[in-house]
Design a protein around this ligand. Structure first.
Ligand code: SF4
Ligand code: SF4
Length: 57
């Protein structure tokens, strides 16, 4: 599993980047981008995203 961002939903607030304990998210073309190899499936970003743009799959 890994966190996946729905780019249409992402409002580029960067909250997920700040909250990720694994530093697995960066901005790419003004959208959050998860580096799957670094994601530890903790779900923190899913919980913190204000626009429900991230899910674990
Ligand atoms: S699930 Fe956890 S480790 Fe993975 S991107 Fe989200 S906050 Fe980071
Ligand atoms: S928290 Fe959600 S809206 Fe904010 S940058 Fe991350 S994915 Fe985008």
């Amino acid at each position: 599993m890994a966190a996946v961002v729905d780019e249409d939903q992402c409002v580029a607030c960067e909250s997920c980047i700040e909250s990720c304990p694994a530093e697995a998210i960066c901005m790419k073309a003004d959208k959050a981008n998860v580096i799957k190899e670094k994601c530890v499936d903790c779900g923190t970003c899913v919980d913190i995203c204000p626009s429900a743009a991230i899910r674990l799959e």
